[in-house]
Ligand binder design. Structure first.
Ligand SMILES: [Zn+2]
Length: 134
């Protein structure tokens, strides 16, 4: 029996919620990725999934990932959205946009400029794809 079927038999309602949430998050990541001109990162939703990734990919933010609402692994086009720590839809939206802004503006660290871009992203702004200067 697959894990999915097993989970469903154990708690169909909980599983449906998880799937709905997962679909919702993947949709949002897809929408914002295309607005931000970035390729859609792979999304992890649980610390289990983070720990299951090869160590070299999640190095530096592995066992500490649970502390954050989200973590971006820029070099690997991978993002962790910590649903266990996210209390509501607004925080979810903020977290997704915050992380995806990291992918679009990899040279920027947290600060005023970064926060402004997050606000613009949340407001629906489109960004041209990032091009590295040669
Ligand atoms: Zn950040």
């Amino acid at each position: 029996m697959t894990i999915l079927i097993k989970l469903f038999l154990e708690d169909p309602q909980a599983m449906k919620c998880d799937l709905d949430l997962k679909v919702k998050i993947l949709e949002k990541v897809g929408i914002y990725s295309s607005r931000f001109g970035i390729s859609e990162p792979k999304v992890l939703l649980t610390t289990r999934e983070v720990l299951d990734m090869p160590k070299e990919i999640t190095e530096g933010r592995r066992t500490s990932a649970y502390k954050y609402l989200g973590v971006s692994y820029l070099q690997h086009n991978l993002v962790f959205v910590n649903i266990k720590k996210i209390p509501d839809d607004k925080t979810l939206e903020n977290t997704i946009v915050h992380e995806l802004i990291h992918f679009r503006f990899p040279y920027l660290s947290h600060g005023k400029r970064f926060n402004k871009l997050v606000r613009q992203g949340l407001a629906g702004k489109n960004f041209k794809p990032y091009r590295k200067r040669i």
